[in-house]
Design a protein around this ligand. Structure first.
Ligand code: PNS
Length: 164
């Protein structure tokens, strides 16, 4: 069974992430979307919210599972008997960071490879960080995120306004 892991923060998942899953889903028997549980990084969406949003947005893909992980990514891959890491690339800046991360992962676990998928041209400018910034300042991000994320962002904005 060919199992790949698509790791990330996914705070929140964007249409760019979903596009990468739609294009890689036929290549593998199973893809595990692994949401990092990073205690040192403040996220807008809780771990459970991020997982639920990804589940909702990938309902149409049969071979996708969503989980969270903490610690070393390669340990998680070993545990899941996965052979491949999936990462998206939008720019040269992404490439520099991603190539180093993939080489480090390969040093830590030589049998693991990273497959890089170029972002669709529609999503080159889309990142979770700029989605959050635009949405929280009132911008319309509905063409860049799944419907459930759009609703989630509106709820977060309403919650922030109520608490101020
Ligand atoms: O969506 P992100 O924030 O770019 O994802 C980064 C992620 C989660 C893939 C990366 O930080 C990661 O793999 N963290 C786990 C810790 C680890 O294994 N580090 C060693 C590899 S450099």
């Amino acid at each position: 069974m060919k199992i790949a892991v698509y790791p990330g923060s996914f705070d929140p998942v964007t249409n760019g992430h979903i596009d990468i899953l739609e294009r890689t889903s036929p290549i593998f028997d199973k893809i595990i979307v692994a949401v990092i549980h990073n205690v040192y990084k403040q996220a807008l969406f809780s771990l459970e919210e991020r997982e639920d949003l990804i589940r909702e947005a990938t309902k149409h893909l049969e071979n996708i599972e969503v989980e969270s992980f903490s610690g070393l990514l390669v340990d998680y891959l070993r545990d899941k008997q996965a052979c491949m890491i999936i990462r998206g690339l939008r720019s040269i800046t992404d490439f520099e960071y991603e190539s180093q991360m993939s080489m480090m992962n390969k040093k830590l676990l030589p049998e693991v490879n990273t497959i890089f998928v170029m972002a669709d041209s529609n999503y080159i400018c889309v990142s979770s960080s700029n989605i959050k910034e635009a949405a929280l300042l009132g911008g319309d991000v509905s063409s860049m995120v799944p419907q459930a994320v759009c609703v989630g962002l509106k709820n977060k904005l309403a919650g922030l306004k109520a608490s101020n």
